[in-house]
Design a protein around this ligand. Structure first.
Ligand SMILES: C[S@@+](CC[C@H](N)C(=O)[O-])C[C@H]1O[C@@H](n2cnc3c(N)ncnc32)[C@H](O)[C@@H]1O
Length: 207
């Protein structure tokens, strides 16, 4: 790979300056030892939510609310973010982050529980955007649920891993992602693109 490509990737990560609220949430995520999207993926999610006018967003994996803040920043002012996490401490941090950023209470639904128990209770075709950033081994099952939850024309965004491109890496998480990537790529119901931002983001638009 050319040095320009590597430099361009780094540049993209630093190109957009996060808000103070996002930076606070990133620090809280670090304190809690939970992952969070970087500025490349975060700013992309914000731009994507704005581009598609996402009023109803489902997020699997709230963390400390970093990706949630980016998403809310791109959604219309009456848009609602539904976000699921099984860790009470993460949810508490995310609620604090949303409140500190002045997000109206009614714009977020922070749901406690295991994604695979919560998602089946959600309404078919009701979401413009589903963002997945949780247990990678469960991705195939999240995708099954997301396919049902998305409206026609809705978008699925899967937080990826840069290890997926290395065929020598065959741990269960990486294999699950590889399988899901191939399945979506070959699924005529979706238009798919793998974006090289952050650790990667797989986009699948439901026809
Ligand atoms: C990488 S973090 C999400 C970070 C978040 N998207 C952000 O950028 O701020 C993954 C989160 O998924 C949650 N998680 C893991 N397995 C889960 C499951 N089965 N159901 C719900 N949440 C889960 C973890 O508790 C953790 O908070």
């Amino acid at each position: 790979m050319s040095t320009h490509k590597v430099a361009a990737w780094s540049h993209a990560e630093e190109f957009i300056t996060p808000s103070d609220h996002v930076e606070d949430a990133q620090r809280r995520a670090e304190e809690l030892g939970v992952g969070a999207v970087g500025n490349g993926v975060g700013s992309f999610l914000s731009a994507l939510a704005a581009a598609i006018g996402a009023k109803a967003v489902m997020e699997v994996g709230t963390g400390a609310g970093v990706s949630g803040l980016w998403l809310l920043g791109g959604m219309p002012s009456d848009g609602i973010l539904t976000t699921i996490d099984l860790e009470v401490e993460h949810q508490h941090a995310a609620r604090e982050a949303f409140a500190a950023a002045g997000v109206a209470h009614q714009r977020t639904r922070v749901i406690a529980g295991r994604a695979l128990e919560v998602l089946p209770r959600m309404t078919d075709g009701a979401y413009d955007l589903v963002v997945v950033d949780a247990d990678k081994e469960e991705y195939p099952l999240y995708v099954e649920q997301a396919t049902r939850l998305l409206r026609a024309g809705g978008t699925l965004a899967l937080s990826w891993t840069d290890q997926e491109s290395d065929p020598a890496i065959r741990d269960p998480e990486t294999r699950a992602l590889r399988d899901v990537g191939r399945a979506l790529r070959d699924d005529a119901r979706f238009i798919v693109s793998l974006l090289p931002i952050g650790d990667g983001l797989l986009l699948a638009v439901k026809r």
